[in-house]
Design a protein around this ligand. Structure first.
Ligand SMILES: [Zn+2]
Ligand SMILES: [Zn+2]
Length: 326
């Protein structure tokens, strides 16, 4: 499924098989998660995508042309971070997620809305047992960028999650496993999302612009809505952190300094490091994280994106690509 120009629907196309460059593996895609970032790319909210582009950066598949690191038929995951320079001050200080020259899967590199994808094997992950491809795919971005956001929220005991989609449903499980209490904030009147959050064990679920039942120690804003930032700041206690987890957000309205005063912190989380991925994929089966997915066929990618844009997906949308989809 190909993006020819932002704003247009994806086009079903028959493309030549990607030719893996030295250091790359060729992977037969089993499943590819649909991420909000894909929407930002497709809708033209992120600048300068490769065009034409195959989107998708939560890819689980089998190696068909091995490199040096993975055997043939090894099951691998391909995440958003597709390549980094390895020599800049960010790369050399454990912050490859901030590399200025980083290239991202399904944005500057062709991704997983396809039957085959080539990827730099240094940035692929071995995938844990116990998850089929569909269940595993959302771990690769919703899961591991959610995990990075959770780490950046510190050791908050009372954690607010703004926007209860693919990431929040995974982060909730990890946070509960760590003994935190989770408060879920959704669009006003989104009873489905609030019920889903309660089923997963949050102590409270309610409307995102309203007050929580008690102060929070930290909040993660997954929804791409700048208005939620002052709202989350008002909800966190002194010393609390508000982590903005999306790659794109509408403008944050101005707010009184009083909301930030008291050593409150607002920060973003950008991308992932390979270390985040290794840590999270080791942790996920131990929680154990269970992903709730809604499956679509590859040719239904536009429908999956539309449903995500409308906020109609419970858990994560995933394209089922491999043999099991036939
Ligand atoms: Zn770099
Ligand atoms: Zn993503």
């Amino acid at each position: 499924m190909v993006l020819d120009s932002p704003g247009a629907p994806l086009r079903e196309a028959e493309l030549p098989a990607p030719e893996p460059a030295p250091g790359e593996v060729l992977v037969a895609v089993g499943a590819c998660g649909v991420c909000r970032t894909d929407l930002h790319v497709v809708d033209g909210e992120l600048p300068d995508p490769k065009l034409p582009l195959v989107p998708g950066h939560q890819i689980v598949g089998r190696v068909v042309e091995p490199g040096e690191r993975f055997d043939p038929d090894a099951r691998v995951g391909i995440p958003w971070l597709g390549w980094t320079c390895g020599e800049c001050r960010y790369c050399l200080s454990g912050r490859e997620n901030l590399c200025d020259r980083a290239r991202f899967t399904g944005y500057q590199l062709d991704g997983g809305y396809a039957e085959l994808v080539a990827a730099d094997e240094r940035f692929c992950f071995p995938m844990p047992e116990g998850y089929d491809d569909l269940q595993a795919a959302p771990l690769l971005c919703a899961g591991l960028i959610g995990y990075r956001a959770l780490r950046l929220a510190g050791d908050a005991e009372r954690l607010g999650l703004y926007g209860f989609g693919a990431s929040a449903h995974i982060v909730t499980q990890v946070a509960l496993h760590e003994g935190r209490r989770v408060f879920a904030f959704t669009r006003a009147g989104d009873d489905g999302a609030q019920a889903f959050a309660r089923e997963l064990g949050v102590v409270w679920a309610g409307d995102s612009l309203g007050p929580p039942p008690e102060e929070l120690d930290a909040a993660i804003v997954f929804a791409p809505i700048g208005e939620l930032v002052p709202s989350a700041l008002a909800a966190v206690a002194k010393g609390g952190t508000v982590v903005c987890a999306g790659i794109h957000m509408s403008d944050i309205p101005s707010f009184p300094y009083e909301l930030l005063w008291g050593e409150r912190v607002v920060r973003s989380v950008a991308n992932l490091t390979r270390r985040d991925g290794e840590e999270f994929l080791e942790l996920a089966p131990r929680v154990p994280v269970r992903t709730e997915v809604e499956a679509f066929r590859l040719a239904q990618a536009n429908e999956a994106l539309d449903r995500l844009r409308a906020g109609e997906i419970r858990g994560a949308a995933v394209l089922e690509v491999g043999a099991s989809a036939d």
